[in-house]
Each structure stands twice: as C-alpha cells, then as structure tokens.
Design a binder for this molecule. Structure first.
Ligand code: C2E
Ligand code: MG
Ligand code: MG
Ligand code: MG
Length: 290
C-alpha cells in the first residue's frame, strides 16, 4: 500500500489523489457546458436476428466530443453525470434525440417500419418520479409508436430499489414501451426474481459471450440463460458478438438476437439507412460467410 512506502510514497499518493480530484472537478464543469454547447451526440449499433443477420433495431449510445475535439467514452462521464444529477437532463436529451431520429427514419424509409431503438437508462432516471411523463411526452412530441422504444436497465438498478423500480417499470410498460435487462449475468442474475418485473427482453453481458469458445462453462451459462429466459417468455440478445463462430454457437443455443462488432460497430446516424438496406432479410439466402 502507498502509505507504508515512507514519506516519498505518501507524497506521490496524495498528489495523485489531488490531481485526480482536480480532473474530476474540471470534468464536472466541462459536462455542464457540454450540454449547453451541444457537444453530445448519439451513435447507433444494430441489433440483428441471430439466424438471418437482418437488422431488428439499434441501441443508441452516447458520445461526448469535448471542446478539444476529443471523443470521450460514456463509461468515463456517465458515472459523473449520475453523481452530479446532470444525468436527468442528459438522459432526457438522449431519449428525445433517439426517438426523433427513429421517427424521422420511419417517415422517410419503409425499411424502418418494424425497427426499434433501445435507450439506456441510468439509476437516477429510473428513480425519477417524472420518468413516465417524460417518456410519454417525448413519444407524443416525436410521434413515435411506444412499441418502437425499448428502455434498458441493469439488474443492479432494479435490485437497489425493487419496489420503486417495479412501480416505474409498470407505468412505462402500460405506455407500451418495451423493457430490457442490460448486462445480464453481472449482477444478481436471478431470473426468477427478475420475473416479477414487466421485462420483455434480456441482454446477456458480453463477458459471457467473449470467451464462450474457450470457456465451456460460459457457453453452458449462455445456453441455460437462453432456455430459462424463453421458458419465462422473454427474448434474448447476446452482447459483444465479435466472431462468426460465436454467432453459430448462439444460434445453436437458440439466442434470438445478437449485437456486436461482427455485425457493426456503433455508427453515426447518417450511416444507419445504408447499413439497414445492406443487412436486410435477403442475406439469409446468401451462402454462409466465414
Ligand atoms: P451497454 O449499454 O452495455 O452498451 C454496450 C457497450 O458495448 C457499448 O459501449 C458498445 O459500444 C460496446 N460493444 C458493442 N459491441 C461490442 C463488441 O463486439 N465488443 C466489445 N468489446 N464491445 C462492444 P459504449 O458505447 O462505450 O457504452 C458503454 C456503456 O455506457 C453502455 O453499456 C451503457 O451502460 C453506458 N451508456 C452508453 N450510452 C448511454 C446513455 O445514453 N445513457 C446511459 N445512462 N448510459 C449509457
Ligand atoms: Mg445497453
Ligand atoms: Mg450491455
Ligand atoms: Mg454495460
């Protein structure tokens, strides 16, 4: 430990804490300005049918291009936005942006008729009493049918305050919005417990998908989760699919949908219509690549 290394060690250790704290504070200020200066944008990653590879929808993922032009990952600033409460405004912006983008695609391109957009919620949003009203207002404003929107929440968010989460999710469900469990397997992973929530879809965390080929135990977990999810009436998405071999294994496990670099990275909205027209159902007639 740093503190047992004598005076120099302590100095270095404290200086590091201080400099990290400064970085956090300055990032906090930057975040505030970023919202005003419209430095946030969304990229979209296709979610595909595991069998046909046809696009079934997208996950909207936030990015921040700071004033120096550097793109910052949400894993860096979402926790900070959570802490400061800015996430409520930011999350509302994400919802509006994702819904109006899909609504616009639907107006101009018949290929988007049955496609959905997934939006990640944060813990603070889920415990915001106004969330359902906000979502409802955005759907009306953008004229997006509720079933085109799916909200992603993590197990951890649900278990932090299960009674409360249950009420909010039921309200959202009553609106007609779809609900997904994100990163499944990294939290409590109790499907039986999860069954009490009005969830329709489960996303298996990419840590299980990653090394399925090398780690038979993880493949067993994936197969068991798919089977149990199906028995409970849920559909399943595998996250982080990077290899064709993984797609085949998922297909054999009965996993309905897949998402990952194998199909597409998260991309700017301008590129989405093109990807959708390339990755349509006729692909299933092509010989299997790879
Ligand atoms: P997530 O919701 O689990 O999103 C999936 C993450 O996996 C994304 O990272 C995506 O780029 C990445 N990914 C997709 N396919 C692959 C693959 O084949 N291999 C690998 N290695 N990674 C893959 P990203 O965009 O950096 O987002 C990270 C996390 O930040 C998200 O995890 C989500 O928890 C959070 N996040 C992103 N956008 C939002 C947002 O608008 N609101 C909130 N509250 N959280 C967000
Ligand atoms: Mg997600
Ligand atoms: Mg995830
Ligand atoms: Mg995640």
């Amino acid at each position: 430990h740093g503190r047992s290394n004598g005076t120099d060690g302590v100095t270095v250790y404290d200086a590091q804490i201080f400099s990290n704290a400064l970085k956090l504070i300055s990032m906090e200020l930057d975040l505030h300005n970023a919202l005003i200066n419209q430095e946030f944008f969304l990229v979209y990653q296709p979610v595909v049918d595991t069998i046909t590879r046809a696009v079934t929808g997208f996950e909207a993922l936030i990015r921040w291009k700071n004033s120096q032009g550097k793109i910052i990952s949400p894993t860096k600033f979402i926790p900070l936005a959570e802490e400061t409460g800015l996430i409520l405004q930011l999350g509302e912006w994400v919802l509006l942006e994702a819904c109006s983008t899909l609504a616009e695609w639907r107006r101009t391109n018949p290929l988007f008729k049955n496609l959905k957009v997934n939006v990640n919620l944060s813990a603070r949003q889920l415990s915001d009493l106004e969330l359902t009203d906000i979502v409802s207002r955005i759907l009306t404003k953008t004229n997006l049918p509720p079933e085109c929107l799916r909200l992603e929440v993590t197990e951890t968010m649900l278990m932090e305050n299960p009674d409360y989460a249950d009420i909010t999710l039921r309200r959202l469900r009553a609106l007609g919005v779809g609900l997904c469990i994100d990163d499944f397997g990294t939290g409590y992973s109790s499907l039986m417990y999860l069954q009490q929530f009005p969830i329709s879809n489960l996303k298996i965390d990419r840590s299980f998908v990653n090394d399925m080929e090398k780690n038979p135990a993880n493949y067993e977990i994936v197969k068991a989760v798919v089977a149990l999810a199906h028995a409970l009436g849920l559909t399943v998405v595998a996250e982080g699919v990077e290899e064709e071999e993984q797609r085949i294994m998922l297909l054999e496990a009965g996993c309905d949908f897949s998402q990952g670099y194998l199909f597409s990275r998260p991309i700017p909205p301008q590129e989405i219509p093109n990807i959708v027209s390339i990755m349509q159902a006729p692909q299933k007639c092509l010989p299997q690549a790879g």
